[in-house]
Design a protein around this ligand. Structure first.
Ligand code: K2U
Ligand code: ZN
Length: 173
């Protein structure tokens, strides 16, 4: 397992539409394993493949329940939303590719998703609360969309300017 570098916005690789995964190979398994290790190290509750520079349609997540229930790492390949509730939830989102910046994003409170698992089989499950927010946030990543794209243009531009400055400082370090 290895921890991979996480791309920081602005980066064209974070804006690309990702390509479907035709089959689960050993490389996909290794990528998923590395993504989980990278996510836990960050730390985060989700991570999408384009965030580690791989424009394929898969993400990982592990939104441990507040009651501290056991960890449930999930790998979702070629995920799609099949139903979404009318009812919405607003959550102050962040992103590992946009460090220390936050903004309120409103999304459907409940989503039912279908995906291919590492077992190559089709899975379906309903997600609520943080899991629903996280799954939609990660699916946005696979479509080249960031949470700041749901914010007003002034706040989006302010955050982007801060990230440009951060990347310039990191390059000098
Ligand atoms: O895709 C990512 O950058 C991972 C995000 C996923 C996420 C964003 C907003 C809301 C839920 C999930 C990171 O996990 S951000 C860190 C974090 C940690 C705990 C709770 C929420 C966000
Ligand atoms: Zn993100």
């Amino acid at each position: 397992m290895s921890i991979r570098p996480i791309l920081i916005h602005p980066d064209p690789r974070l804006k690309k539409q990702c390509t479907p995964v035709p089959e689960v190979t050993a490389d996909i398994g290794k990528l998923a394993e590395d993504m989980l290790e990278t996510m836990y190290d960050a730390p985060g509750v989700g991570l999408a493949a384009p965030q580690v520079g791989v424009n394929k349609r898969l993400f990982v997540m592990d939104c441990v329940k507040e009651d501290g229930a056991e960890q449930r790492p999930m790998v979702l390949i070629n995920p799609e939303i099949i139903t979404a509730s009318e009812e919405t939830n607003t959550y102050e989102e962040g992103c590992l590719s946009i460090p220390e910046q936050f903004g309120d994003v409103t999304r459907p409170k409940l989503v039912t998703m279908r995906w291919m698992g590492l077992d190559g089989k089709t899975h379906e499950d309903e997600f609520d609360e943080l899991w629903a927010t996280c799954a939609q946030h990660e699916l946005d990543h696979l479509n080249g969309k960031l949470f700041i794209d749901h914010l007003g243009s002034i706040k989006r531009q302010m955050i982007t300017r801060k990230m440009v400055k951060l990347k310039r400082e990191r390059a000098r370090a």
